[in-house]
Design a protein around this ligand. Structure first.
Ligand code: PMP
Length: 460
């Protein structure tokens, strides 16, 4: 028996459902919000409230909700062949066609893909694949992977280890051996006294320092998100990535771009990392717009040649690697992205319009910095503004002003996420200019309400 009654759903949820990254005691006291429907860029909850989804679900619903051709592609595949695996010398039609399509969309030199069910599994695959690569080449000592503090690479043992979230490392004995971290290129946090460009070069130099500390002959790979998403939409200076590429080349280490968020147009390219020529690309989310779970790793010729030429069997794979329904959903999703020119629009008119409108929020008394990169954006809530960002005064972290702001956003019709006092969005790529106006208007209104509350509480 299923129920649709909100009160009952809340009770059952509290009684039975363990949510991701959730304090259940606190959630039980508050009561969960039940989302029931999506259409375009809007969601409705079980009490009839409509919200504009500024986060594309969880960075994934690029094409918006309720696309009927997605329903058709998915249901036709379920009718034809709902499941078959890709082990034991078999394949399926959608899996082959998607692998081919991805090889066309990926940067030059990428012809192969390994499918997984999620971004976390894809990053676990990376750990095993780069170690296998160096083993096959006769360098088994090259097993250390360098990542960054405050990175997010997933929630499995390897994913959470690659990630640099201290709260995750505190639980369950992480990171696993052979994974080390360097600082993130967060100009606001660490760039005082430098221009953005100078700071970008300095932040990249931390990679070289770590390589030398660990020993260059022990380092297998460096992994990073082009723009850190869950860490708070940390947009690196333009000088950062070219330096990272140069350093990886200097020491011959593999570069893994985790494009789970940034892939498939979010930063105005099919793959944001294309200019700095990664060796492996992690993807998930936007590949199906979240309609069906799917992830994977795009494998460059440098790695694929070794795996295939000398590899023998790579003892790794998932039941749902190349799931035919997920692959059919991805093919239709990619067709929509292409036919509606969503990548080009984010690179051009809608990306520019979002930048213009969102950065204008910097005139709000609570906003220290407001910036965008393609269709991700972040703003810093500050106690005192200043021309020089390093002289701005932050709120006491214990006040959790970001959470106060997030509640005003949600209760007033727009979903915006809080990472500390950094407020972030990653809206659906299908947004029109009018919808961008609407979203930014809702954000400004919620900022006004936050300011009122902050004043009332005497926090200013
Ligand atoms: N990498 C990045 C950059 C991510 O943002 C995420 C999820 N937010 C993941 C990996 C993990 O993906 P999943 O939740 O599908 O396992």
């Amino acid at each position: 028996m299923t129920t649709h009654d909100t009160h009952t759903l809340r009770e059952l949820d509290h009684a039975h459902y363990l949510h991701p990254f959730t304090d259940h005691k606190a959630l039980g006291e508050k009561g969960v919000r039940v989302m029931v429907r999506g259409e375009g860029i809007y969601l409705w909850d079980s009490e009839g409230n409509k919200v504009l989804d500024g986060m594309s679900g969880l960075w994934c619903v690029a094409i918006g909700y309720g696309r009927s051709t997605m329903t058709k592609a998915i249901s036709e595949q379920i009718d034809t062949l709902p499941f078959y695996n890709s082990f034991f010398n078999t394949t399926t039609v959608p899996a082959v066609n998607l692998a081919h399509r991805l090889s066309q969309l990926a940067p030059p030199g990428f012809k192969h893909v390994f499918f997984t069910g999620s971004g976390s599994e894809a990053n676990d695959t990376n750990v095993r694949m780069v170690r296998r690569y160096w083993d096959l080449l006769g360098y088994p000592d090259r097993h250390v992977i360098i990542s960054r503090h405050n990175a997010y690479h997933g929630s499995t043992m390897a994913g959470a280890s690659l990630g640099g979230m201290s709260g995750m490392h505190e639980q369950g004995g992480l990171p696993i051996p052979g994974i080390v971290h360097i600082g993130q290129p967060n100009y606001y946090e660490s760039g005082a006294g430098m221009t953005r460009e100078e700071f970008g070069v300095q932040a990249a130099s931390w990679l070289e320092k770590k390589i030398l500390d660990v020993g260059a002959d022990k380092v297998a790979a460096f992994i990073a998100e082009p723009v850190q998403g869950a860490g708070g939409v940390v947009i690196p200076p333009d000088t950062y990535w070219p330096e990272i590429r140069r350093i990886c080349d200097k020491y011959g280490i593999l570069l893994i771009a985790d494009e789970v968020i940034t892939g498939f147009g979010r930063l105005g390219r099919w793959f944001a990392s294309e200019p700095y020529k990664p060796d492996l690309i992690t993807f998930a989310k936007g590949v199906t717009s979240g309609y069906i779970p799917l992830g994977g790793v795009m494998v460059s010729d440098r790695v694929a040649d070794v795996l295939i030429r000398q590899g023998g069997e790579f003892n790794h794979g998932f039941t749902y690697s190349g799931h035919p329904v997920a692959c059919a959903a991805a093919l239709e999703n990619l067709r929509i992205i292409e036919s509606e020119n969503l990548v080009g629009r984010v690179a051009g008119e809608t990306g520019a319009y979002l930048k213009q409108k969102f950065t204008a929020l910097a005139d709000h008394p609570l906003v220290g910095v407001a910036e965008t990169s393609g269709f991700v954006a972040g703003l810093n809530l500050v106690k005192r503004k200043a021309e020089n960002v390093h002289q701005q005064v932050a709120f006491d972290a214990d006040l959790a002003v970001g959470m106060v702001c997030r509640a005003h956003m949600f209760n007033n019709g727009v979903i915006m996420r809080a990472v500390g006092d950094r407020m972030i969005i990653a809206p659906p790529l299908v947004m029109t200019h009018a919808q961008i106006d609407e979203m930014v208007g809702l954000i400004r209104h919620a900022l006004d309400l936050t300011l009122e509350e902050v004043k009332q509480r005497g926090w200013l």
